[in-house]
Design a protein around this ligand. Structure first.
Ligand code: NAP
Length: 330
C-alpha cells in the first residue's frame, strides 16, 4: 500500500525562509507572471529576469517589476524560480543560472521533468526544489486574489543547505498554495504523472475522443454545430460535476439514461486496445523515450497546432459562437 500523502497547509508552513530573501523569477509567461504577482502580494521582493528584447518586457514593467537580464537577476537573490518552457530549461539554466547562482541559493522549478530527465544540471551547494501549482498561471493568480489559493505539489531533488524543504514550502505558501494544500511528492513522480495525464487524458485522449465523436456525428449527416455542442462544449458540464464531486458523484447527478448509456458503452470505447495503448504511453514517459523524442522532433508550436487543427470543428464552433451565443465576428 502507498504511504499516506503528506499535505501542508499555511498553519504547517513557516514563511521565515523567504523573509528578507528576494526571488528572481526567470520568465514572464503563464507561470512567471502569476508567481511574480502572488509573491509580491505576499510581501516578497521580486526581480524579473528577461532576455534582451523580450516581448514580455512591457507587461512586466506595466506590472511594476524591476527587470534585469536573467543572469544578473540570479546573481542578486537566494531564490531563483525557473519559469521558462520545459524544452528550453536545459539551455537557460546552463547559460543564465549555473554561472551566476550563489552557493546556498535554492532553484525552484514548476515541473519536475527537466530535472528528473537530466536536462538541467546545477552546481553543488545549491538546493533544487519543485513547487508545481496544479493549474495554469491564470488560475494561480485568480485563486490567490479570491483568497482560496490553488493546490501545488512540492519536492526536493537536492538538499544542499539542509533547509531545502522549509524553503520550498515557504515559496509555495507565498504563492497562496498553502491555503489550498501543498502535496509532498518527488521530482520523478510529478514529472511522470504530469506527462502521462496530459497525454492520456487531458490534452491527448480526451480531445481526440471528442473530435472522433464529433466526426462520427457529422459523417452520419448531423448538423456540425449540434455535434460540436454535444461532443465538445458539453464536456464542461461533466467536467465541472466531476471536479466538484468525483466520478461517482458525477454519475449520481446525471440522468438515468446517461448513467445506463455511459456505464454500458464507456468500457467499449476504452476497451482492451486503448488500455494497452495507455500502458505503452506510460512506458515511454517512464523510460524517458517520450522526452527524447520530443526534444528531437519538436520544432515549434505552430507546426503541431496546424496539424492538430480540425477546420470543420472550428467552423462549427464559430457558428455556435455567432448564431447561438451571438458573439460578433472579430
Ligand atoms: N502553463 C501551465 O499551465 C503550467 C502549470 C504548471 C506548471 N507549469 C510549468 O511552469 C514552467 C513555465 O511554463 P509556462 O507555461 O509558464 O511557460 P511560458 O508561458 O511558455 O513561458 C514563457 C516565458 O519564458 C520565456 N522564454 C521562453 N524561451 C526562452 C529562452 N530561450 N530564454 C529565455 N526566456 C525564454 C519567455 O520569454 P519572452 O517573454 O522573452 O518570450 C516568457 O517570458 C514550466 O516548467 C511548466 O511545465 C506550467
Amino acid at each position: 500500500m502507498n504511504p499516506p500523502l503528506k499535505v501542508y497547509h499555511d498553519d504547517d508552513i513557516s514563511p521565515a525562509p523567504l523573509e528578507d530573501a528576494g526571488v528572481a523569477v526567470i520568465g514572464y509567461g503563464s507561470q512567471g507572471r502569476a508567481q511574480a504577482l502572488n509573491l509580491r502580494d505576499s510581501g516578497v521582493a521580486v526581480t524579473v529576469g528577461l532576455r534582451p528584447g523580450s516581448p514580455s518586457r512591457a507587461r512586466a514593467e506595466e506590472d511594476g517589476f524591476t527587470l534585469l537580464e536573467p543572469g544578473a537577476a540570479v546573481e542578486e537573490t537566494p531564490f531563483v524560480a525557473v519559469l521558462v518552457p520545459d524544452e528550453v530549461q536545459g539551455e537557460v539554466v546552463a547559460q543564465e543560472v549555473t554561472p551566476h547562482v550563489k552557493r546556498g541559493a535554492v532553484v525552484v522549478f514548476a515541473h519536475g521533468g527537466p530535472v528528473h530527465f537530466g536536462e538541467v544540471a546545477l552546481p553543488e551547494g545549491v538546493d533544487v526544489a519543485l513547487v508545481a501549482p496544479m493549474g495554469p498561471g491564470r488560475l494561480l493568480r485568480e485563486y490567490y486574489v479570491a483568497g482560496h489559493g490553488l493546490n501545488a505539489k512540492a519536492a526536493v531533488a537536492r538538499d544542499a543547505t539542509g533547509g531545502a524543504w522549509p524553503r520550498a514550502l515557504a515559496y509555495a505558501r507565498a504563492l497562496g498554495c498553502g491555503r489550498a494544500g501543498v502535496i509532498a511528492t518527488t521530482f520523478a513522480e510529478e514529472a511522470k504523472l504530469d506527462l502521462f495525464s496530459e497525454q492520456a487524458v487531458l490534452c491527448g485522449g480526451l480531445p481526440a475522443l471528442a473530435e472522433a465523436a464529433f466526426e462520427t456525428l457529422v459523417a452520419a449527416g448531423y448538423p456540425p454545430v449540434l455535434a460540436y455542442i454535444e461532443c465538445v462544449r458539453e464536456i464542461k458540464y461533466v467536467a465541472d460535476l466531476t471536479y466538484e464531486h468525483g466520478l461517482d458523484g458525477m454519475r449520481r447527478r446525471i440522468s438515468s439514461t446517461a448513467l445506463y448509456g455511459g456505464a454500458t458503452r464507456g468500457p467499449k470505447v476504452v476497451g482492451a486496445e486503448a488500455k494497452k495503448t495507455l500502458k505503452e504511453i506510460l512506458g515511454a514517459v517512464e523510460d524517458g523515450s517520450f522526452v527524447a523524442e520530443m526534444r528531437a522532433k519538436f520544432g515549434g508550436r505552430e507546426e503541431f497546432l496546424a496539424a492538430a487543427r480540425n477546420d470543420r470543428l472550428e467552423a462549427a464552433r464559430e457558428e455556435f459562437e455567432r448564431i447561438i451565443r451571438r458573439v460578433p465576428r472579430e
